[in-house]
Design a protein around this ligand. Structure first.
Ligand SMILES: Nc1ncnc2c1ncn2[C@@H]1O[C@H](COP(=O)(O)OP(=O)(O)O)[C@@H](O)[C@H]1O
Ligand SMILES: [Mg+2]
Length: 278
């Protein structure tokens, strides 16, 4: 059984007659690392909120771990199972000390104090923020704040974390810190990751990429499959990974998505001359 299943999922905002999520059928397995891309207004944030029951479908259904998000009594369970990290790090801080901030979620779930202590320490270690546990969150960098927000979610022991453009306001160092933390959660703890981003360099790091366009899934596959058609990406209003763009400008039509692949391709093209000297 899939972890998240959407059947003919539709969503309209109240007071609007426009269907912003339109007949989506989708299955997400436990432990997947998925990037969701699409231009502004394509429905990414709406879909994310349908995944954790913050929104309920106006038609069709979403099931998480076999339970429907439409059932009121499942709401708390869902919010614990599917955590969300949002764009603005400052809006997610609820306490004046890092470790208290991380403890907030499990406290609300009624977890025992000794167990909370253990979870908070482990969560902060996992995201590399343990040394900052007694600091004030507002003094941290954006990347550090987002890692504290992620720790707060891990402390609730979720099965899935959704990041909705969580790196959009960060500098490149902060973006890398968050991506590294997320990769660890996926690889070492099997947590399902749904990573919404407009940075294509981040999207290519996922195992699977879902491209949304006007509330429907336009593409769903490996990064290579989804990014294969350069001109189509441009037509969908997306950026293109820089390595891919460079290749295109050099007149090479291969789908080269990462810096590493780009280096390899250039060395291959330059032959012996491309080898770096020892
Ligand atoms: N509160 C709202 N009320 C009415 N329409 C909304 C609301 N929030 C978003 N929308 C519309 O829903 C569509 C999808 O928005 P959203 O899910 O935020 O897209 P994305 O996250 O991909 O930018 C857009 O057309 C947007 O204008
Ligand atoms: Mg959005």
């Amino acid at each position: 059984m899939s972890f998240i299943t959407c059947n003919n999922l539709c969503y309209q905002y109240s007071g609007s007659n426009r269907t912003v999520i339109n007949e989506i059928n989708l299955q997400i397995e436990q432990g997947e690392f998925i990037a969701v891309i699409g231009h502004n207004g394509s429905g990414k944030s709406t879909l994310a909120k349908l995944f954790n029951g913050l929104f309920v479908p106006t038609a069709g259904s979403v099931e998480v771990g076999g339970i429907s998000t439409a059932d009121e009594e499942n709401r708390i369970e869902l919010l614990q199972q599917v955590g969300m990290v949002f764009q603005n790090p400052d809006n997610q801080i609820v306490a004046s000390i890092v470790e208290e901030d991380v403890a907030f979620g499990p406290e609300n779930l009624g977890v025992e104090p000794a167990e909370i202590r253990k979870r908070v320490d482990e969560a902060l270690k996992t995201v590399g923020m343990y040394d900052y546990r007694l600091k004030a969150p507002h003094n941290l960098s954006g990347g550090q704040k987002q890692r504290v927000a992620i720790a707060g979610i891990i402390a609730m022991q979720p099965k899935c974390i959704i990041l909705d453009e969580a790196t959009a306001m960060l500098d490149p160092i902060g973006r890398k810190e968050v991506m590294d933390a997320v990769k660890t959660l996926n690889r070492d703890f099997g947590i399902t990751i749904i990573y919404i981003t407009h940075f294509m360099n981040e999207a290519v790091e996922a195992d699977r990429v879902i491209l949304l366009d006007q509330g429907v899934i336009a593409k769903d596959g490996t990064p290579k499959e989804v990014f294969a058609d350069y001109d189509q990406l441009i037509a969908y209003g997306l950026d293109v990974p820089q390595s891919y763009q460079l290749m295109k400008e050099l007149g090479i039509n291969d789908c080269v998505l990462t810096e590493q692949e780009c280096v390899e391709k250039l060395q291959e093209l330059l032959g012996e001359n491309g080898k770096t000297r020892d």
